[in-house]
Ligand binder design. Structure first.
Ligand code: NDP
Ligand code: 8X3
Length: 252
């Protein structure tokens, strides 16, 4: 018999998608463990969401803290049914030979190592209970290359392949695995973090009608609400104003 999915842990719930997912899932009746590095943001979210949300400070690149997390959760919150691997970032848009090695290292540490380590920390409990769901944020950048996406896009391709491989490992278990791969999405801190400049970040969305964090939250809510025998493997979503626009040719 499968238990109802109840407790959701979200990484990177202090802004953007994670924040919207946390509020949406509390509204839908889940209990949410909201994590991120900025304590004041976690406190504000807890205030807004009420007692169904537990704020827990967590840097996913702090591997000791990630490994200690399941046992450090308060009584009654330790059985995490759903993990939403959302924490992640892009840094810079420079060509590969101009990019900062420290930016590459931070993207890999967060988007790849942090994601696999927290999955590794929470998956054994799901498998032991034979019930659970891991949802990870990939990106269209993991499928469609573009100039300056070098390591960021590669980390998101990793996420998608890791999740597909999890599905293979989980065959025969009642534990689901899903990647959500959005394209252009505004209303979050993503571009400000990437470009380090709010005006440049705002310009990314000028003249567009991008996806919004609430659209991602709606997708997560839909995936979780599906019957237990349905596994959504991969969702790619773009705003209507975005599409793949063909290969480029150098004619110089
Ligand atoms: P935001 O920058 O708005 O939010 C990122 C979140 O990740 C913040 O809550 C931040 O919190 C958290 N975070 C960053 N580093 C760490 C860390 N080391 N440990 C814990 N938390 C961390 O971005 P979005 O909401 O837009 O992006 C969310 C995810 O979706 C990312 O994985 C991103 O790559 C992906 N994505 C975004 C798209 C977009 O266009 N916006 C499109 C496709 C995918 P804090 O700083 O408090 O730790
Ligand atoms: C975010 C979408 O196109 O900026 O992952 O890489 S994009």
């Amino acid at each position: 018999m499968t238990r109802p999915l109840k407790t959701v842990l979200i990484t990177g719930a202090t802004a953007g998608f994670g924040h919207a997912i946390a509020l949406r899932l509390v509204k839908d009746g889940y209990r949410v463990i909201a994590t991120g590095r900025r304590q004041e943001r976690l406190d504000a979210l807890a205030q807004e969401a009420g007692p169904a949300l537990l704020p827990v400070r967590l840097d996913v690149t702090d591997l000791a803290a990630v490994q200690a997390l399941p046992a450090s959760l308060p009584e009654g919150w330790r059985e995490v049914d759903v993990l939403v691997n959302n924490a992640g970032l892009a840094l810079g848009l420079e060509k590969a030979w101009e990019a900062k090695p420290s930016d590459w290292e931070r993207m890999i540490a967060t988007n790849v190592t942090g994601l696999v380590e927290i999955t590794r920390a929470l998956l054994p409990g799901m498998v032991a209970r034979n019930s659970g769901h891991v949802i990870s944020l990939g990106s269209t950048a993991g499928t469609y290359p573009y100039p300056g996406a070098n390591v960021y896009g590669a980390t998101k391709a990793f996420v998608d392949q890791f999740m597909q491989n999890l599905r293979s490992d989980l065959l025969g278990k009642q534990v689901r695995a899903t990647t959500i791969a959005p394209g252009l999405c505004g209303g979050s801190e993503f571009s400000a973090v990437r470009l380090g400049d709010q005006a440049k970040a705002d310009a990314v969305y000028t003249g567009t009608k991008p996806l919004l964090p609430e659209d991602i939250a709606e997708t997560v809510a839909w995936i979780l609400a599906l019957p237990a025998h349905v596994n959504i493997n991969h969702v790619e979503m773009m705003p209507t104003c975005q599409a793949s626009a063909g290969l480029a040719v150098d004619r110089t």
